[in-house]
Design a protein around this ligand. Structure first.
Ligand SMILES: [Zn+2]
Length: 324
């Protein structure tokens, strides 16, 4: 028997209001929550399977008294807490440095009210990331980022970047082509690597997608497939796990609250895929996914995963600081 490779598991604790906000539904401004339902349910599920994971919490939720009871249960159960931004805006990569600093300060302060854990990990809302986000993370002594979703978007991202900076000279443009080329390389790597930002370095753990094809493999997607055919979804997931194992890709699997909720729990979100499934059926399937996962990999939280990566001699991508 060969030793199992390490893999990580995390849950992005997107609340009801953040889905409504992104979808453009009225009523999100009062921050409707389902944390009192989804937190205990997911904790119980993980406890039964002896799993310790990372919960990425949104600062706005930690700032609201009504969520404190649910959120403190997470660190009480010894799960890692990560930073998932304050406002959960998928356009975070467009924030200025000052806006980002405020965003981080507010989140760290709000989360310090529910746990003594120091935040060392970050995942941007909607997989948003920019060189400035990395710079701010490094300055605030974070250990890892896990905001990249490897797809083929790099040329698009570069076009967008230039579009946003019409005042640039040709020379600056040329320089940034290199800069952004390096930055965008990160979006194509399935394997963890490091960002070098001045003297500091950050570990990057991409959200794993299917090797070669780069289609999503997070739990919600596999559950969605299961609404068409359970055996297809099962085969897809098993193939993904096996391809990751064979290619030496340290899988990082992502869970969402909706994997633990049905349309009855959150009627406002009935339009989401797989929300018509009864919750028992969803949990049974998530359970199956995690079982296959655990057979092939040793499952740890994100911080442990990042610490392992840091010790390895792996590639670093240089992030040049923007001129201020
Ligand atoms: Zn999110």
């Amino acid at each position: 028997m060969s030793e199992k490779q390490i893999a990580s598991l995390s849950l992005d604790l997107d609340n009801k209001w953040s889905y409504m906000k992104t979808h453009g539904d009225a009523g999100w401004e009062s921050f409707p929550t389902y944390l009192e339902t989804v937190v205990p349910r997911s904790l119980e599920f993980l406890r039964e399977r002896k799993l310790k994971i990372t919960y990425f919490i949104v600062g706005q939720d930690a700032a609201r008294e009504e969520n404190h009871e649910a959120l403190t249960q997470i660190s009480d159960a010894q799960h890692e807490i990560g930073n998932h931004s304050f406002n959960h805006e998928p356009w975070l990569h467009l924030y200025s440095k000052t806006e980002l600093e405020t965003e981080f300060e507010r989140t760290e302060e709000a989360i310090s009210k529910i746990t003594n854990q120091k935040l060392v990990g970050f995942r941007g809302p909607g997989y948003s990331l920019s060189p400035t986000v990395l710079e701010v993370l490094a300055e605030r002594n974070y250990e890892y980022d896990c905001s990249t979703l490897p797809t083929y978007i790099a040329p698009l991202a570069r076009a967008y970047y230039f579009f946003k900076s019409p005042e640039m000279t040709d020379e600056e443009r040329e320089k940034r082509k290199k800069l952004f080329g390096k930055f965008s390389d990160g979006f194509q790597s399935l394997k963890p690597y490091k960002w070098q930002i001045g003297e500091k370095s950050l570990v990057e753990i991409p959200v794993t997608t299917l090797p070669v094809f780069k289609t999503p493999i997070h739990a919600s997607y596999v559950i969605y497939l299961s609404t068409f055919s359970k055996s297809l979804a099962r085969a897809y997931w098993k193939t993904a796990v096996e391809m990751c194992r064979l290619s030496g890709t340290q899988l990082s699997l992502l869970l969402h609250p909706l994997d633990f909720l049905s349309g009855e729990d959150a009627p406002e979100l009935k339009f989401f895929p797989a929300m018509n499934l009864p919750v028992e059926q969803k949990l049974e399937f998530v359970s199956e996914i995690l079982e296959t996962f655990g057979e092939k990999f040793e499952i740890v939280n994100m911080r442990q995963h990042a610490a392992t990566v840091r010790r390895e001699n792996i590639k670093s991508l240089i992030v040049e600081r923007a001129k201020s």
